[in-house]
Write a protein that binds this ligand. Structure first.
Ligand code: ADP
Ligand code: ASP
Ligand code: MG
Length: 402
């Protein structure tokens, strides 16, 4: 039996915690599994490295950032291997390159293209526990790349898929996927099972418990994930293809919160064909990720347009909007907004789900500034100061604590 286990930043967030992980890994080994272990950097380490770079530059070169950031995961991988060797186990630490992970060429947000499993397989057949530094690979030119924040989850899923592992276990400081972030709503309930589809929405809408791209890849490769805690023995949550049969029973399965949102409001935009295309293509040229968009009906030849971007892209968005000075009366920017979302496959076949959310927020005096919906989610932009309250209100109105 081949198991891929991934331990996140909190789980390896200090020497004693790495020792705790080493003991857990040793136990799995003694129970007879072949193991590939993916590790994150110690918690806070990646942010610290980013701060170091920002001391010298506001806009450090992405190539150098990848060399810098990939070091955090290497430290943990080496330390875990040393700890395991000291416990009498054969273990080998590998960088992303040594583990055969090939990516495309985009620095700091690379996609995994292929994994050459030769080295991994030979280390496994030589009886080693293989420890892989997560979040990294190399591109065709041999340059180091990283996979985007939270990217060790993606490394784990990709390795599990490529090695056809029997299990892919992702360990963090929570013992599974909850109906919402248990740090915000202590009444949140742990789910035994969640479909890829719903998990992908939750992760994309801000539940950082799993990186969204890792869920996308798991769905594509059919990798079943089990999310567990490295601090307990509790059963975790299985993330796999929808079971189908109870799809219609659960209306809403979870609430996600994303505070990393900023809103741009444009007033008095000249209402002519092509204006939206111009604005949004210029934003796209700068790789600014647009999320929600609203445009009001036009009056007297002008219209109002609003959209949201990630908070760290607001400065670039401002620069772009300055080039449209002649086409609008005013632009304002609000960084204190949050996006709260309800997710559930049951919404496909029920009406009135969104209305319930809107009235629950209204009853609590929370104004909704923007709305977007899809078949299985409703997202609302609200004032950031009501973010946690909104999560709790919605959690209650859909009886997720029951
Ligand atoms: P790691 O560092 O191990 O990758 P993360 O910090 O990325 O772990 O993810 C775990 C955190 O995700 C939890 O501490 C929890 O606060 C948060 N979280 C957000 N939404 C959820 C949810 N629906 N279920 C469980 N945890 C959640
Ligand atoms: N260390 C990286 C991050 O903090 C990757 C990861 O932890 O998964 O984003
Ligand atoms: Mg994570």
């Amino acid at each position: 039996m081949l198991v891929v286990q991934k331990y996140g930043g909190t789980s390896v967030g200090g020497l004693e915690r790495i020792e705790n992980v080493a003991k857990r890994v040793a136990k799995s080994r003694e129970e007879g599994s072949d193991l590939v272990i993916v590790v994150s950097a110690m918690s806070g380490e990646t942010n610290k490295l980013i701060d170091y770079a920002n001391y010298f530059s506001k806009n450090p070169s992405k190539r150098e950032m990848d060399i810098l950031l990939s070091s955090g995961e290497r430290v943990t991988a080496a330390l875990l291997a040393i700890a395991l060797q000291e416990m009498g186990h054969s273990a080998v630490a590998l960088t992303g390159r040594q583990a055969g992970i090939r990516t495309d060429k985009s620095h700091t947000y690379a996609r995994i293209e292929t994994i050459n499993t030769d080295r991994l397989n030979s280390e496994i057949s030589n009886g080693n526990i293989v420890i892989v530094a997560g979040f990294q690979g190399i591109n065709e030119k041999g340059e180091v790349t990283t996979l985007g924040r939270g990217g060790s989850d993606l490394s784990a899923v990709a390795l599990a898929g490529a090695l056809k592992a029997d299990a892919c276990e992702i360990y963090s400081d929570v013992d599974g996927i909850y109906t919402t972030d248990p740090r915000i709503e202590p009444k949140a309930k742990k789910l035994d099972f969640i479909s890829y589809e719903e998990m992908l929405e939750l992760a994309s809408l801000g539940a950082k418990v799993l990186q969204n791209r890792s869920v996308e890849l798991a769905k594509k490769m059919g990798v079943k994930i089990v999310a567990k805690s490295s601090f307990s023995e509790n059963d975790g949550t299985v993330i796999a293809e929808s079971k189908g049969e109870n799809m219609e029973e659960v209306l809403v399965s979870g609430i996600a919160l994303d505070k990393n949102q900023a809103r741009v409001s444009l007033r008095g935009v000249t209402d002519r064909p092509g204006i939206a295309a111009e604005i949004f293509s210029k934003l796209a040229d700068k790789s600014i990720n647009i999320d929600m968009i609203i445009q009001n009906a036009s009056e007297n030849g002008t219209t109002n347009l609003g959209f949201t971007v990630p908070q760290n892209e607001i400065e670039s968005a401002k620069e772009v909007m300055e080039s449209f000075d002649h086409d609008l009366e005013s632009a304002d920017y609000d960084e204190s907004v949050a996006k709260v979302s309800i997710v559930g496959v049951g919404m496909k076949s029920h009406s009135g789900v969104a209305a319930t959310a809107f009235s629950a927020l209204a009853k609590n005096g929370i104004n909704i500034e923007m709305i977007s919906t899809s078949e299985i989610k409703v997202s609302m932009i609200i004032d950031e100061k009501f973010a946690e309250l909104a999560v709790r209100v919605l959690h209650e109105v859909y009886e997720l604590d029951k």
